[in-house]
Write a protein that binds this ligand. Structure first.
Ligand code: 5GP
Length: 197
């Protein structure tokens, strides 16, 4: 499952709350060339790498997807995703819309979810209130938010983040519903192949 949405939509908070509520989901840790913010830990929030190292990962085909966001590069390490899927875990990617569409191309069964703040006013308020970014950075993120909204209709689901608990419950409902799709459903062997029924 891919969770995207404009900066300030609350993706980080919603992801953390979802993982707490529903253990057994593997959250992908991205590689980025962005500098760590205060409190961010290498290998926990991101793998913080140099541009050279990032380029090496791209060239070696180690990234499932990658994109440039706000002047920095971000990408999803492929091996960790494959390993988690092989273990039968659900995998959650918190990535931007450019990356989301690349994932859908490579894994058509990926479920793309767009997290939307309840209104434009709330989006602006959340971005300015965060206190971690400069005024210039906030302007850049607001501008990019408009571009990202243009990708919304290519996503499978839209979740409005009014309240974290409500958004998490909606995401859990999506996960549950997606697991009931015939091609994904794990059923008793006695049924044979679902496609033969
Ligand atoms: P931030 O710098 O605020 O942590 O993240 C900036 C943006 O980059 C967010 O929209 C976030 O979802 C996106 N992002 C984080 N990791 C990845 C990734 O691996 N791939 C892509 N395409 N976007 C990412």
């Amino acid at each position: 499952m891919v969770l995207s949405g404009p900066s300030g939509a609350g993706k980080g908070t919603v992801c953390r709350a979802l993982l707490e509520k529903q253990p057994g989901i593997h959250l992908s840790i991205s590689a980025t060339t962005r500098k760590p913010r205060a409190g961010e830990v290498d290998g926990v929030n991101y793998f913080f790498v140099s541009r050279e190292k990032f380029q090496q990962m791209v060239d070696a085909g180690e990234l499932l997807e990658w994109a440039e966001v706000y002047g920095n590069y971000y990408g999803t390490p492929l091996k960790a995703v494959k390993d988690a899927l092989a273990r039968g875990e659900d995998v959650l990617l918190e990535i931007d819309v450019q990356g989301g569409l690349q994932v859908k191309k490579k894994f058509p069964s990926a479920v793309l979810v767009f997290l939307l703040p309840p209104s434009r006013a709330v989006l602006v308020e959340r971005l300015t209130g965060r206190g971690t970014d400069s005024a210039e950075e906030i302007q850049r993120r607001l501008h990019w938010a408009n571009t990202e909204l243009g990708f919304l209709k290519r996503y499978d689901y839209v979740v409005i983040n009014r309240q974290v608990e409500e958004a998490v419950a909606t995401l859990q409902a999506i996960i549950l519903a997606e697991k009931c799709r015939p091609q994904r459903l794990k059923i008793d062997k006695s049924w044979g192949n679902l496609s033969d029924l």
